[in-house]
Design a protein around this ligand. Structure first.
Ligand code: MOS
Length: 738
């Protein structure tokens, strides 16, 4: 039985629950000083004066760093986020007095203890010269801009045929505006950095989804070679996209460490997690669908405006899935940015697809009602057999099976389509569904493998485990390739001294790092096999290498399994030196020949109180085609977590900005609502059997994000079915129903 796919328990689970797993803020260094940031209280303008006469006399204070004394950095070259590359110098780093958003770091205080640092930070007297700020969609929409394409060779906007004309000639039309709010990632572990210089070498302990990206950004920021910088991050307590970039606090910690000549820790407080480390943009999405009587789409138009900040350009790519999911005769998609005085936006779990699918899949439900057609049938009428955007076949697509199996598991056939037609006691019952999709991304990654004389193996790759199961599945992949039991294999990650791996974003860790781990492990195993068949003292001497199977630490003749010897015997006869191999695996021509996506179908049941408008979600069914599942337990847990995210997005999540001041008023986990166990009923997630020979050697398409896609739409569709009220503005709260 294959080791890959088994529901192995998390190998790092025991360390996590016993406190053995060290997170970024928990590393101990000699003479470690503590830093606190001071944030602006205006949204636009400049720092007029800073009075530190009291603060600098307070106990323990080592440094007060402001734009007046901060080290001068090489001029930053801002890059767009959302392109895969981390933004360089993503926000102002105390290089001048300018303030671009409320909450921008304007000073860093370093002291011997955290209490001293915070006390002195509060004692700083800062006066501002305030200017009128651009705040809110209405104001920001006066100067819209089109973002650059996400990748070279792509286009931001799409037009196929004559969508406006075809829309006006369509028999049945939907034209609706959907809106989604700013959301904040709020991982359990707040961002934290420890920075330490030794001469001109910098070490960073940073909670990150992209350690090599942090290294590159720091190298650019400080004008030094990346080799001078080491970034370590063995554990991450959740990231969801906010830890895909190196934000200001990382560089400020390094600058403060340089100035004080001592290691500095800068751990953000929960309230500081809103503003300086990214958020999901708010969106306004106009969806127009024109259909024929049989449900075939004549025209599909998706026009999006998303909020943006003056700090860094970022556009929520809502239209990505609209281009490829269905087969309208005529198509239009547009993306615009409305720039305002807010902290930077960035990628947040399923950037684009999660918010875009709310609009698209809600509009499809509205069309299904307009046509009096079953929503699954409508989707099947417009099913894309190949990618209509790239004009390429899919490497694999099991969406039909997802619809069919999902409908079966949910009991969809028992649904009566009229709104308010189903009840449970006095509760209104609603059943809704939506499609999910997410691209199967992949990037170059490297790994090393070493088989030691004692029969254990060490595999290393500078990747990340965000709580997703990377440690566990990479160990499984390596064990399978090595022919060793899992207990003999150790996998290490989270250090830029290790072979470089892709950032953990875009659901691509398994598809990128997995093949590298597999290749390095396989190469090391093959070396041992080669040693054995060339060795006169081996019972396998003279066999062709591919006639030898390796399993459970034994080398054996495939034809005569009794002809065998343990791996350790081969290594011992060769002086006991470890056998090592390196790999460097990257996507190839197959990416030009196939469109690669995961797909899924999600079904939601809601119970709505007819008097109070309260919504409960007793059950969700999600069925996904994601290629090969690496671990039954951690994999399904990823999908389930995505569904929970989707419910949070649909029912609760919203960063409330006071539009007079540009400050978030719910910058804490008490007022920013996310689902807790009591909010979640049964979540039945499963995957269909899918063999994709094209995506990568493992056949894995990535599962970190697809689970959230479509959930908010399926929920909104269920709420409409229950109540007859169509809510087009997230989150769907009770005030919108009564
Ligand atoms: Mo994800 S938003 O690509 O971490």
């Amino acid at each position: 039985m294959s080791i890959i796919g088994q529901g192995l328990d998390r190998l790092d689970g025991r360390m996590k629950v016993t406190g053995g797993a060290r997170y970024s803020a928990e590393h101990q260094l000699p003479r470690l000083a503590q830093a606190a940031i001071v944030q602006s209280t205006i949204a636009n303008g400049s720092v007029a004066s800073i009075d530190d006469s009291v603060a600098r006399t307070l106990p323990g204070v080592l440094l007060i760093m402001t734009h007046l004394n901060a080290p001068r950095l090489p001029a930053p070259k801002p890059e767009a986020a959302g392109t895969g590359a981390p933004p360089s110098a993503p926000a102002p780093l105390l290089q001048d007095a300018t303030v671009k958003y409320n909450g921008q770091p304007v000073a860093v205080v370093v002291a011997d203890t955290l209490e001293h640092a915070r006390h002195a930070a509060q004692a700083l007297q800062i006066r501002y010269a305030s200017k009128p700020a651009v705040l809110g969609m209405h104001a920001a929409k006066k100067s819209l801009r089109t973002p650059p394409p996400r990748r070279p060779g792509e286009k931001t906007d799409t037009v196929r045929g004559n969508p406006v004309g075809a829309f006006s000639e369509s028999g049945t039309r939907i034209d609706a505006m959907y809106t989604t709010p700013i959301e904040t990632h709020n991982p359990m572990e707040p961002h934290a950095t420890i920075a330490a210089w030794t001469g001109d070498e910098l070490t960073l302990y940073d909670s990150s989804q992209n350690i090599s990206g942090v290294r590159k950004t720091a190298a650019k920021t400080f004008g030094i070679a990346p080799e001078r910088i080491r970034v370590l991050c063995p554990f991450v307590g959740g990231g969801f996209g906010s830890k895909g970039s190196a934000w200001t606090h990382v560089m400020l910690a390094a600058m403060a460490s340089k100035m004080t000549g001592t290691p500095v820790k800068l751990a953000l407080e929960r309230t500081q997690m809103v503003g300086p480390v990214g958020s999901r943009p708010m969106t306004e999405q106009r969806l127009r669908i024109g259909a024929a009587r049989d449900g075939k789409f004549k025209s599909l138009m998706h026009d999006t405006v998303s909020s943006n900040s003056f700090v860094l350009d970022f556009s929520e790519p809502c239209t990505t899935m609209t281009k490829m999911l269905y087969t309208p005769e005529h198509l239009q998609t547009t993306q615009k940015m409305a720039t305002m005085n807010l902290g930077a936006h960035t990628y947040m779990r399923a950037p684009g697809e999660s918010s875009g699918s709310f609009a698209l899949e809600s509009a499809l439900d509205e069309m299904a009602y307009a046509l009096k057609m079953d929503p699954i049938q409508l989707r099947l009428q417009n099913y894309a057999e190949k990618d209509p955007d790239k004009d390429l076949p899919f490497s694999s697509k099991s969406l039909r099976e997802c619809y069919r199996i999902g409908a079966e598991r949910f009991g969809w056939a028992r649904r009566t389509p009229e709104p308010r037609s189903m009840r449970s006691g006095r509760m209104l019952v609603g059943w809704g569904m939506a499609t999910a999709t997410y691209p199967a991304n992949r990037e170059e990654s490297k790994a090393s493998a070493m088989i030691r004389a004692d029969g254990t193996a060490l595999i290393r790759s500078g990747t990340h485990d965000l709580g997703t199961g990377t440690y566990t599945i990479m160990t499984q992949i390596a064990a399978e390739a090595l022919g060793l039991p899992v207990s003999k294999v150790r996998f290490e990650l989270g250090d830029t001294m290790q072979p470089e791996a892709a950032g953990a974003g875009g659901s691509k860790t398994t598809a990128s790092v997995g093949p590298a781990v597999y290749a390095a492990a396989k190469a090391a195993r093959d070396k041992v096999v080669a040693m054995a068949v060339a060795d006169r003292d081996s019972p396998l001497h003279g066999l062709a290498a591919d006639a030898v199977n390796v399993d459970g630490g034994w080398l054996m003749d495939r034809q005569r399994p009794d002809r065998r010897e343990p791996m350790v015997a081969v290594l011992a006869r060769h002086g006991g030196a470890p056998v090592e191999a390196l790999s460097d695996e990257k996507p190839g021509e197959e990416r030009k020949q196939y469109a690669m996506h995961s797909f899924g179908a999600v079904f939601v049941e809601v119970h709505v109180d007819p008097d109070l408008g309260t919504i409960r979600v007793p059950r969700v069914v999600g069925v996904y085609g994601i290629g090969r599942l690496m671990n039954q337990k951690t994999g399904l847990s990823q999908l389930m977590g995505g569904v929970v995210w989707g419910l949070g997005m649909g029912l609760m999540e919203k960063t409330e900005i006071d539009w007079r001041t540009g400050r978030a008023v719910n910058a804490n986990l008490a007022d920013y609502h996310v689902p807790v166990n009591a909010d979640i009923g049964s979540i039945d997630v499963s995957v269909v059997e899918e063999h994709d020979p094209h995506v990568n050697v493992l056949g894995a398409k990535g599962i970190g994000e697809i689970g959230i896609v479509g959930v908010a739409a399926a929920l909104g569709n269920a709420v409409y079915h229950a109540t007859g009220t169509r809510v087009r503005d997230l989150p769907i709260t009770l005030d919108k129903l009564i």
